[in-house]
Design a protein around this ligand. Sequence first.
Ligand SMILES: *[C@@H]1O[C@H](CO)[C@@H](O)[C@H](O)[C@H]1NC(C)=O
Ligand SMILES: *[C@@H]1O[C@H](CO)[C@@H](O)[C@H](O)[C@H]1NC(C)=O
Ligand SMILES: *[C@@H]1O[C@H](CO)[C@@H](O)[C@H](O)[C@H]1NC(C)=O
Length: 959
Amino acid sequence: MDIRIKLLVMLNILVLSRYIYGLWKLRKITFHYDAVVYLQALMDNWKNTPPSWVGSDPCEDKWDGITCTDSRVTSITLASINLIGEISGDIGQLSELQTLDLSYNKGLTGSLTPAIGNLKKLSSLILVGCGFNGPLPDTLGSLPQLSYLALNSNGFTGPIPASMGNLSKLYWFDIADNEISGSLPVSDGPTPGLDLLFNAKHFHFGKNKLSGQIPSKLFSSKMTLKHVLFEDNRLTGTIPLTLALVQTLEVLRLDRNLLSGDVPSNINNLTRISQLFLSNNKFDGPLPNLTGMEILNYLDMSNNSFIPSEIPPWFSSLQSLTTLMMQDTRLQGEVPADIFSIPQIETVVLRNNQLNGTLDFGASYSTSLRLIDMNSNLISVFAQRGTYSADLILTSNPICMETVATEAPYCDPGTESNSSYSTPPNNCIPATCGSDQISSPKCTCSYPYTGTISFRAPSFSNLGNSTIYTSLQNSIMISLESNQLPVDSVSLAHPKKNSDDYLELTLDIFPTGDNERFDRLEITRIAFVFSNQTYKPPHAFGPYFFLAHNYDFFSDAPKGKHKSISIGVIIGISVGGCVLVLLLVIAGVYAYHQKGRAERANIKNNPFDSWDPDKGSGARPQLKGARSFTFEELKLCTNNFAAAANIGSGGYGMVYRGSLPNGQLVAVKRAQQGSTQGGHEFKTEIELLSRVHHKNLVSLVGFCFDEGEQMLVYEYVVNGTLKDSLSGRTGIRLDWMRRLKITLGAARGLQYLHELADPPIIHRDVKSTNILLDERLTAKVSDFGLSKPLGEAETHVTTQVKGTMGYMDPEYYMTQQLNEKSDVYSFGIVMLELITARNPIEKGKYIVRQVKEAMETGKDLYNLHEILDPILGLSSQQLQGLERFVDVAMRCVEETGIRRPKMNEVVKEIENIMELAGVNPDVESTSTSESYEGKRSSHPYLNDFSYSGGRLHSDLEAK
Ligand SMILES: *[C@@H]1O[C@H](CO)[C@@H](O)[C@H](O)[C@H]1NC(C)=O
Ligand SMILES: *[C@@H]1O[C@H](CO)[C@@H](O)[C@H](O)[C@H]1NC(C)=O
Ligand SMILES: *[C@@H]1O[C@H](CO)[C@@H](O)[C@H](O)[C@H]1NC(C)=O
């Protein structure tokens, strides 16, 4: 061919490809229009944006802190990077936004734009510790998906909009530490109100200017509130009687208000309360009787004008009490000695009362006592019995006015001993560091990320016990590590109670390795762990918040405004020749189509190509033989995830029943979109389940990781959970023999995990809702979302405490060291449930203690008649082997792991019991004759994954 023709053809091809390229960009740009333009507009108002924000497309160019799905911005997390500016109304255009976290940017000011109400998909709105002010817009109430709202520590003013009553999914509601005023809105005809927030667990409204009465309509038995924190406001009137209907309450702070009248006596029905603050009000009725609050740890009723009374005898019946604060409450008469022998009592403050006569700690006062403050009373004698280690203050009492006694240490006003804890160096000598650098607990110099972590209602008051700080520090470290953050170590220092009785500590977080500094992305991710409450402290610490200090040491250089892109220019190029464009549109569409096909084909070949280790889910799952389903396949088999196929829902997502083309019934667990924690659990479950196969373990059929979905496909276990059967919900009658078989099956399942799986697996969440029953009532252990494999030569792993209240091994809870004996403990609880059909903790009573108490009177059947499940019948004939069964269960729940049997011993014991009762443990029972109606009850595959925390004190008390 002529060289010129060749050249001409090449030139044509060049021109053509240039156009195709331009067109390709055009497609992308229209597609990304909202991401680019509105995000640009939003950020034009901001200074100090991350230097990674270069390039024209936040999604394509991977801007720090911006997450996209299908080229639409779904999450903006930019906490703690010193942003300065305002949120403009443009934010309302990011219609796919689900998470917005701008916390700890004190330079973000102005009001919250009403346009926020356009974000119909927003589920988390987090603006903690910024400089926002102005009123909360009414449109906050039109965010149907909002479940997490944290606006604390800003300057917001004005009332709580009544429209917020529409937020039916709201779980976390924190507006503390603002200037919010007005009354608490409740519904009235068509007007919504906070009384409609049935899903809310947290009302954190403290440190505001709320006024008026607490409306009686606010509370009802439909409420599921755990923490009601109204402290430090201007609320008036009485406590409404309806408060006692909220049986889920665990922490109640009404202190520092103007409440008056009687404390309603039915408050005594709130048996789950562990921290109660009524101090600094104007209550003028009798002292309330709180005998029912059996697990109360912390009680503060100081500074009220109660009708003068003696110290009521029931104080000493509160056996979980650590702290009793009764300053200035008009107490009189003698101090009963038995309040000092409450086992865990740390602090007794009875200042400014009329207590008289002799002060006597009694013979057996508690060794945990740290402070007894009796200042300004009428005590005339102190019956000292030997030495005591607590601080005793008796100044301004008659006893200290006599000349003889004034030399006594308890008459010395002295200085209040302040605790001065700070994390010690970890077996090393602190380094000498340059300016602004700090020596980490591992003795290397770096620039830590620092802030203050505040606990709004801890269950303890002894701030001098370093064990509690060590456990706090470990749990923070573990949480940061499990979120794959590059953290070397953390340290805590300067614990103190502030004027609102919050426990404050400074927290320093040190970067790993040679880094010395964090970059912006790392800081935003660490900050999110706290602003989003991803980190859960040990239960005893109660609700918390974190406020970061400015971080001025970013390793990536700060940037001014980034370059503005010019869409016009590119469009101009592309719209060159009209006809050609038209032709090329067709070509472009075709190419796009092809690309999509190629992508989809790719997913099918390797379902984990899109696994993103940066999203905190760790490396790709290691699979053995689980089948990969496409989204379409599962859609088909669940009838497009029809409501009728839905057999339950929970924090993880939904569970659907489905049927595969070959007729097999399956349960499909579909993770909620955007649940990052789910990503980790997801991986763990596939990895573990795909390599364990045992008759007594639920088997994994396959999984789906396609089109942004995460689903697990299990065999369908027809008779639901053991819990449902025990509670009578399934209509299956479980006689004694069936219960023995179920026990044996579940024990064999766990034995397999502990001893035969390679590597061994600790389940970590053994409970009656995780044991399923098939059509032959064979027990199948399920839900490995929390499981931990043990590495080689490991006997335990140290890990963040997870599990379920009531089942959790107290030793694991305290040491955070997990081993297979923790499962044994939980299994022991399940065994006790099997004979009593009760919840592990029911009406504030712990099953272990109840069985123990019953056994101590020791008669026939260990005297368990009262608490045995009545369905079992009561004759010893029918219940052959029950006593041995109880013996095994009680050994399983021994306090220390060493004293508990291994699962294989449990299996042997149950086999023996069955043989003695004349049953062959290995013969299958026939199918259940009783009718089973598949009800839409709580489903086995659901797991809230919300760590509910073992109730440490009641657990320990049971020992
Ligand atoms: C307190 O209430 C309990 C029942 O909840 C009752 O048994 C007890 O007698 C009451 N004590 C006083 C002093 O009223
Ligand atoms: C203590 O006070 C009570 C009531 O105020 C009074 O009845 C009692 O006599 C006083 N006891 C002594 C020893 O002063
Ligand atoms: C310190 O706290 C731990 C954990 O709460 C507890 O077990 C221990 O007894 C406490 N020590 C003292 C001296 O109170």
